[in-house]
Design a protein. Structure first.
Ligand code: HEM
Length: 209
């Protein structure tokens, strides 16, 4: 599925140059990630709860490794606007409900290949990727409910992270990024290269067993 439909986006936000560049320059990386077997399997008729559990465990291994760097040393004003966007705790909640024997987040294997996030621009490039996953999450959670039935709903905390506020949160993130980066070419390039690296690291991590 191509992340091209931004029909819901108010026009002022469509014009944000950093967000437009992110969308264009990462679309190949997004398509590549969607082809990853862990994700493409989501749409197969014989998809199993075990595979879903494995995917959430892999996401946990990635998000819990990268989020501390994304949210490190943010200016207080930025931190206040972004702190609620962390998703590691939602993944912990899903994993604890997915019947993993002796589930203990502290002993799970975490991803050790994450992009270097040594500037605010690079931190925000990585956050763009993680935030964007809430958009596809709407489609995926609907698909999972159709496939497994309502019993799966309590384990969809990550995929339904903002509930019916997904679009509002994405719009707010657009404005935040536009305010910070529009018109700043060097920083925008840093944002974009960190986003592409983040997609690629996640893709690699999902291929690692
Ligand atoms: C099978 C898995 C996935 C599907 C089907 C999917 C689907 C989509 C769709 C349909 C959109 C566009 C939403 C809209 O404009 O209404 C989107 C956007 C996006 N997705 Fe995915 N996605 C998947 C996985 C992921 C993952 C795992 C990530 C990152 C962790 C991700 C990151 C993004 C980003 C960053 C955007 C925003 C693109 C923009 O700038 O507009 N996606 N995705």
């Amino acid at each position: 599925m191509k992340p091209a439909q931004d029909h819901f986006m108010p026009s002022a936000e469509k014009n944000s140059s950093v967000m437009a560049k992110l969308k264009t320059d990462t679309s190949l990386a997004h398509r590549q990630l969607e082809r990853n077997i862990c994700l493409s399997r989501l749409f197969q008729t014989d998809y199993t709860v075990g595979e879903y559990r494995y995917l959430i465990a892999k996401f946990y291994g990635f998000f819990s490794a990268i989020e501390p760097f994304i949210f490190a040393n943010l200016e207080p004003a930025n931190h206040a606007l972004l702190a609620h966007r962390r998703k590691t705790d939602l993944l912990v909640k899903d994993l604890s409900l997915l019947d993993i024997d002796n589930f203990n987040p502290r002993t799970m294997t975490l991803c050790d290949q994450i992009p270097v996030l040594n500037s605010f621009a690079r931190q925000m490039g990585a956050l763009y990727v993680l935030e964007g996953s809430t958009l596809g999450g709407r489609i995926i959670s609907k698909k999972l409910i159709d496939h497994f039935g309502n019993a799966i709903i309590p384990t969809l905390n990550y995929y339904q992270s903002y509930g019916d506020k997904v679009i509002d949160e994405w719009s707010a993130f657009h404005r935040f990024m536009a305010d910070r980066f529009d018109g700043k070419e060097i920083e925008t390039n840093e944002v974009v290269s960190a986003a592409i690296e983040t997609f690629s690291c996640l893709d690699q991590w999902l291929q690692t067993s």
